[in-house]
Design a protein around this ligand. Structure first.
Ligand code: ADP
Ligand code: MG
Length: 292
């Protein structure tokens, strides 16, 4: 029996964390790994495409409903993947980070994760909130390796840079280190080059480039992952390749984040290149590959 791998996937809201995480879980499970996916986002939709589009109650909702059987916190998804939504309170009602801390502590202290003996636990965490709750998987050694999903959008990279500051801050006290950047929604060479440049300048590395693809949208509308809904597509192969890399990846980068002003200057230096490629695309020359 190999040692359990525990990873956390961070990124700006809406950037593709849950889509990427669920496809990663599905691909790992197809290879034969026993997978647990824990959504740590007040949206509570991390695992929906692993469960035919059906949402599951959050840990705190289940506890509040009076359930004493803690196995009710885990819901079975695609290919037996163990799905949990650590969630948080309704938006605007309380501190989502605190809800997540409470949920993770509950799972941990009762040995619930151990009961399922997963080979890999993947935490899908909202990463653009400066809040202790969201830092929990990094800070307390719950995850040993962090990945971040980003596009080439400035605000997405800004969120990654903030995450890098968090990783750096806890790196001296046993915090999780970076396994790599997952570049998502890539359609143009300049976008890929920009993320490569960011990773080079922050002493990190891109582990995979995931194209923007309507296949992902179609499968999401059908309530399934691309791995389940379009297993023969090029996009599914990209997710499988990501899964193979993640499971074997031992990299542990301590990132060197930009200072805030330097990041803005760096992003400005890329604008002309991005605009030029945009213009070429708009002038009718083939837009980026869909990866379908
Ligand atoms: P997050 O979990 O970061 O908030 P989601 O995974 O929910 O983001 O993704 C937000 C939206 O973007 C979803 O509708 C999803 O289908 C879409 N999306 C994410 N990645 C891709 C991709 N590579 N190609 C096409 N659509 C994508
Ligand atoms: Mg999500």
């Amino acid at each position: 029996m190999t040692k359990r791998k525990q990873i956390a996937i961070y990124g700006k809201g809406g950037i593709g964390k849950s889509t990427t995480t669920s496809n990663l879980s599905a691909a790992l499970s197809d290879i034969g790994y026993n997978v647990m996916q824990i959504g740590c986002d007040p949206k509570n939709d991390s695992t929906t495409t692993l469960r035919n589009g059906k949402p599951i109650p959050t840990v705190m909702d289940t506890i509040r409903s009076g359930s004493h059987d803690l196995s009710n916190l885990i819901h079975e998804g695609y290919n037996g993947i163990h799905c949990v939504e650590a969630g948080g309170p309704e938006p605007g009602v309380g501190c989502a980070g605190r809800g997540i801390i409470a949920a993770i502590e509950l799972l941990d202290s009762n040995g619930i994760i151990d009961d399922y003996d997963p080979d890999i636990v993947i935490y899908d965490v909202l990463g653009d909130v400066v809040c202790g709750g969201f830092a929990i998987p990094i800070r307390q050694g719950i995850a040993e390796q962090v990945y971040t999903v980003t596009s080439s959008d400035y605000m997405a990279i800004y969120a990654v840079n903030n995450l890098f500051k968090g990783i750096l801050k806890y790196s001296g006290s046993g915090g999780a280190l970076l396994g790599g950047i997952i570049a998502n929604s890539i359609t143009k060479t300049s976008q890929r080059d920009m993320i490569d440049d960011f990773s080079g300048k922050t002493d990190t590395e891109v582990i995979e480039y995931v194209p923007r693809s309507p296949t992902v949208t179609r499968c999401e509308l059908d309530g399934v992952t691309t791995i389940e809904g379009a297993p023969d597509s090029k996009q599914a192969e990209v997710y499988r390749e990501l899964a193979r890399k993640v499971i074997n990846n031992k990299n542990a980068y301590i990132p060197k984040p930009f200072e805030a002003d330097d990041l803005a200057d760096w992003a400005s230096s890329w604008i002309n290149r991005l605009l030029l490629e945009e213009k070429v695309t708009h002038d009718g020359i083939q837009s980026g590959g869909s990866g379908v």
